[in-house]
Design a protein around this ligand. Structure first.
Ligand code: SF4
Length: 322
């Protein structure tokens, strides 16, 4: 088993809610509430959960694009949140983020090749005359051609734009890529192509991914381990096959029941959760899932379940699971 490249320990990220005449802090949105996880070098860790579960905030806090409230984030053993800005900037090329909508981060008047190459100049990695060759190399690795270098963002389809987003991250030769819902805006057939591209690049470049998605069927084909988040807390983590074969947390079971099986005669019994995800500004007591869990008992309302190891690299937070 390889060494962890990222270690997150008891991470909390609370956003203040302000109000009143004096604009005082009157509460907090607990977007990430005591999360621990590790991502091993060369693996793809999938982080799944409904919208509002805090998974994107975990990604942004790992990269220190937002400050933590408490806890620790280590990248290659270095505490990113205590690093002086100059030192952090030196590490930035090694950690890249890919968005759901790469178009919004591209200047419509800048040629795509220049947009991909600008970080190489910003970080002083290459001289101006060397950039084009490197960008063309990365365009080819991402399934684009050298003639795309001089095109503008509006000339590309959704799938091609995501390839540009991946190229922008890849050009810096990162060790870690955090991909936040990178295929959820794409048609299913294009999703498969982009997932195959992620997988191919991982094999050829030895990349490590944190892959964030609301959809378990997307992470199923790419991830080695999966973490399931609900309302800022981790409910279950396990290796991919173990999670799909033996889900233990009722929330994971509900999410899995919505994943189609590619065998027409086989069907999963769909578990439909009642109600919406509660507000992270006022999460339920005890187990945060108890207001929607079909198996909730009195202890679930009163006590927070421990996140416990239950075997085979499998962890779960549920009073029902011994
Ligand atoms: Fe359901 Fe209780 Fe388990 Fe929470 S601790 S998931 S409410 S059974």
């Amino acid at each position: 088993m390889s060494e962890p490249i990222v270690e997150v320990k008891n991470l909390k990220k609370y956003f203040p809610i302000t109000g009143g005449l004096l604009n005082r802090t009157i509460g907090h949105v607990k977007a990430v509430d005591d999360i621990s996880l590790s991502i091993r070098a060369g693996e793809t860790f999938g982080l799944v959960g409904e919208s509002g579960s805090g998974k994107s905030t975990v990604g942004r806090t790992i990269l220190r694009l937002t400050d933590k409230t408490s806890g620790e984030v280590l990248f290659k053993g270095i505490d990113l949140h205590t690093l002086p800005p100059k030192e952090l900037r030196k590490l930035r090329p090694q950690m890249q983020l890919i968005f759901q909508d790469p178009y919004s981060s591209l200047n419509p008047r800048v040629r795509v090749g220049d947009a991909i190459g600008e970080a190489l100049l910003d970080h002083g990695i290459l001289q101006k005359g060397e950039v084009r060759d490197r960008v063309e190399e990365v365009l080819a690795a991402c399934g684009l051609s050298s003639y795309h270098y001089d095109r503008f963002p509006h000339e590309f389809s959704g799938g091609q734009r995501q390839r540009i987003g991946i190229a922008r991250a890849l050009v810096l030769d990162p060790a870690l890529i955090i991909a936040d819902e990178p295929v959820s805006a794409l048609d299913v057939s294009i999703q498969a192509q982009i997932i195959n591209l992620f997988r191919g690049l991982q094999e050829s470049q030895g990349l490590t991914y944190l892959f964030i998605s609301h959809d378990l069927s997307v992470v199923e084909h790419l991830c080695t381990r999966i973490g399931v988040m609900y309302l800022g807390s981790m409910m279950e983590t396990a290796p991919r096959d173990e999670l799909f074969r033996n889900p233990l947390h009722p929330y994971t079971k509900a999410l899995l029941s919505a994943v189609p099986i590619p065998i027409p005669k086989l069907k999963r019994d769909r578990i439909v959760l009642k109600g919406d995800i509660p507000s992270p500004a006022n999460p339920p007591s005890g187990c945060k899932f108890h207001t929607r869990c079909p198996f909730a008992t009195e202890i679930c309302k009163a006590e927070i379940p421990q996140f416990r190891h239950v075997g085979s690299d499998h962890y779960v937070a549920c009073h029902l699971v011994n």
